[in-house]
Design a protein around this ligand. Structure first.
Ligand code: NDP
Ligand code: MG
Length: 385
């Protein structure tokens, strides 16, 4: 199966692994985007020769335009440029690997253009789940999950024929527990950025690595699962599983449970989203359960890691509460990485910002943006004060 791709956020952790998958499968890459890292993007342009590439930062885009003047790639700039790449002609699938709510408009643009979506950018669904899912339904566009847990659930669901979806009782997301599994609130008080950036099982971008340390990542994934699989939040459970071998599970009416397993390597879920329903060979190592010997499972400690509960409350209330929680977290996560906020303050500020959000059950894009801006302001003001 041959695919023509547009990869948004191609210079990041998921983006570069997606290009690995594209290279191994001989897929065509028609468009690439970055925020500012033009060194990496230049190499990618020379290798994959896309028709379009976009850089959000104008000056970096101008610089890149000069550097790749000898290639056939047209260089665009700003968010408009990224959106043009999301709509690029002659593309089958748009893989969105942008980090943060910045990925929302490109996702909507790609859906509008009728492109299939491979979605890593979970913040898109957290902030604007209803808009994204409604647009996809209206256009008949498929959204294929790239996040490993959601890919696992999607893979398990292949074992539930369409007419049997009512028999799906529960989704069980696994969580590695991050670098601070088993730590008490007291111990978490003084953790450093460096400690929080040391994830036990996955090598990922900085933002999601901090989200894993606070377990906000699992809260975001809970909301992502609600939208992707039309499940009420009370039927999405979370279990800590230290080895990241069981990527998630589904439970049926008869209490039979299906799981998807594999060594932790994002190239499996990325490739599945791009080849679905086919399975292609992959460079990822084989799973040897005997080598693992034991797999561990535990209930999450929601007192030490309150953000799972904050996200559950946000999606249960609906409206713009999840968008506010997500935006507050993007801001708090960044401030923590810049050394301006302590680890436990991330949870406190995200919770307080979420509680402050307006109760607006039916929302527009403008409502999401406004709730996001208010939540970011709230976090900034509380850090300054
Ligand atoms: P990275 O930080 O490694 O990469 C992010 C990409 O987005 C880069 O290409 C970056 O460009 C670009 N980017 C950053 N800010 C903006 C912006 N404001 N507008 C447009 N583009 C921007 O992140 P990851 O690859 O780790 O994560 C990407 C997404 O995938 C996230 O939503 C994350 O939650 C999700 N995800 C990641 C996993 C992983 O293993 N990494 C696993 C599951 C989900 P530049 O390089 O120029 O800064
Ligand atoms: Mg995940």
């Amino acid at each position: 199966m041959h695919k023509r791709l547009s990869i948004l956020g191609s210079t990041g952790s998921i983006g570069t692994q997606a290009l690995d998958v594209a290279r191994l499968n001989g897929f065509t890459v028609r468009a690439l985007t970055a925020n500012s890292r033009i060194d990496v993007l230049e190499e990618q342009i020379r290798e994959f020769q896309p028709a379009l590439a976009a850089v959000v930062e104008e000056r970096a885009a101008a610089d890149l335009r000069v550097r790749v003047a000898d290639t056939g790639t047209k260089i665009l700039s700003g968010m408009d440029g990224v959106i043009e790449c999301a709509r690029c002609e002659g593309v089958d699938t748009v893989l969105n690997a942008i980090v943060g709510m910045a990925g929302l408009l490109p996702t909507l643009a790609a859906i509008e253009a009728g492109r299939e979506i491979a979605l890593a950018n979970k913040e898109t669904l957290v902030a604007g789940g209803r808009l994204v899912m409604e647009a996809a339904r209206a256009k008949g566009v498929r959204i294929l999950p790239v996040d490993s847990e959601h890919s696992a659930i999607f893979q398990c669901l292949q074992g539930a024929p369409a007419g049997q979806r009512d028999a799906l009782k529960r989704i069980i997301l696994t969580a590695s527990g991050g670098p601070f599994f088993g730590w008490t609130k007291e111990q978490l008080r003084d953790v450093t950025v460096e400690q929080a950036l040391r994830h036990p099982n996955w090598s990922m971008g900085a933002k999601i690595t901090i989200d894993s340390a606070t377990m906000m990542n699992k809260g975001l994934e809970l909301i992502e699962a609600v939208w992707l699989f039309s499940m009420p939040p009370e039927r999405v459970d979370i279990v800590v599983h230290r080895e990241s071998v069981v990527h998630s599970l589904i439970e049926f009416a008869d209490n039979s449970v299906l799981a998807q397993l594999g060594v932790p390597d994002m190239r499996i879920p990325i490739q599945y989203a791009l080849t679905y329903p086919a399975r292609h060979p992959s460079p990822v190592g084989q799973l040897s359960l005997a080598q693992f010997g034991t797999l561990h499972f535990a209930a999450p400690d929601e007192e030490a890691f309150p953000l799972i509960g904050v996200c559950r409350r946000a999606i249960s209330r609906g409206g713009v509460f999840p968008a506010a929680a997500n935006a507050a977290n993007e801001e708090a996560n960044r401030l923590f990485r810049e050394g301006k906020l302590r680890f436990l303050e991330i949870g406190e500020l995200v919770e307080a910002a979420m509680e402050q959000a307006p109760d607006r059950p039916v929302y527009t894009l403008a409502d999401i943006r406004e709730a996001g801006e208010r939540a970011r302001d709230f976090v900034r003001q509380n850090v300054m004060g």
